[in-house]
Design a protein around this ligand. Sequence first.
Ligand code: FNR
Length: 350
Amino acid sequence: MAVDIAELERQARSLLAPEVYDYYAGGSGSERTLRASVSAWQQHWLMPRVLRDVSTVDTSVRLPGLPGTVARTPIAIAPTGFQGLAHAEGEVATARGAARAGALMVLSTRSSSKIEDVAGTVAREGGAWWFQVYVMRDRTLTARLVERAVAAGARALVLTGDTPVVGRKRRDRTEGVVSDAELLANIGPLADMSLTGQATDVTFADIGWLAGLSGLPVLVKGVLRADDARACMAAGAAGVIVSNHGGRQLDRAVPTALALPPVAAELGDPATVFADGGLRTGADVLAALGLGARAVFLGRPVLWALACGGADGVRDLLTAMTSDLAYEMALAGAPDLASLAGVTRTPGSA
Ligand code: FNR
């Protein structure tokens, strides 16, 4: 049976406090982007190849900062904040589940678990993680977090570029729900909380700043335009993640299913293109990879799995979605991820 994310979400909803469910599920503004993000993948069709040897199907992938093919799946975990609201073990449980599924995890700046605790878990399990960076108003706080992530073994940084201010969400009632311990898990007590707010003056130059500070590859998350993707690469990025933040930033921002093809065409190098947003089935993932993404990230589905089953839930979700992907790769005549190039066809495009 294929993974049923809608059912997983229903189960999670019955377990979570309503305000936590709404914080996770909600989007900004009228939620137009949120609603379109899932359905937009449906407009792509697949063009399977026949008479290919698919007696083995290999889903392993090379990712920036990771030696060889440490990742056994191109389905990775997007950074989402405050996972302690979904499960007592928070990001530590997510990290264990991801590593056991052979999947990469991206840890949010706004995690409920400490960077070092997540890193220790990943190291014990033999996995890999990247660290997501929100540049805070106090750049020395940001730099300290990055230095800690590097010391703890992060393999790359993900600079979130779409959040100069936080999107307004009607459904968000988390004030008082997110504890100080969670808000400040990675920062510690602060006299002035405004220092942790988003810096509004982040530019392409900060890609170089973070690369110099960390010595790690830097990917930029939240890119929706081909010209921005080009500018990120020119500024030294190792890749871009085509993302609209799961419909939580600019409402009416384009669904990633539509933004991905022009970005992939502009960069022309599948090693540098990634995507997230609204991916709910193996076939969605296949479509994204066929459009030129090297790997994809899941946000909310991981939160639902974490709420329902902790580390095992996360492992089972990633394993089952990867198995759905492998099955569909076989049907598409693709024994490995490189063979997916050109498998996705969008009516009306050249
Ligand atoms: C997010 N996202 C996010 N992104 C980021 O760069 N840093 C963060 O801390 C967060 N936090 C966060 C919290 C919650 C509750 C959600 C739902 C999302 C965005 C996330 O990384 C990703 O872009 C989307 O979630 C992908 O869309 P789907 O898979 O949720 O549809």
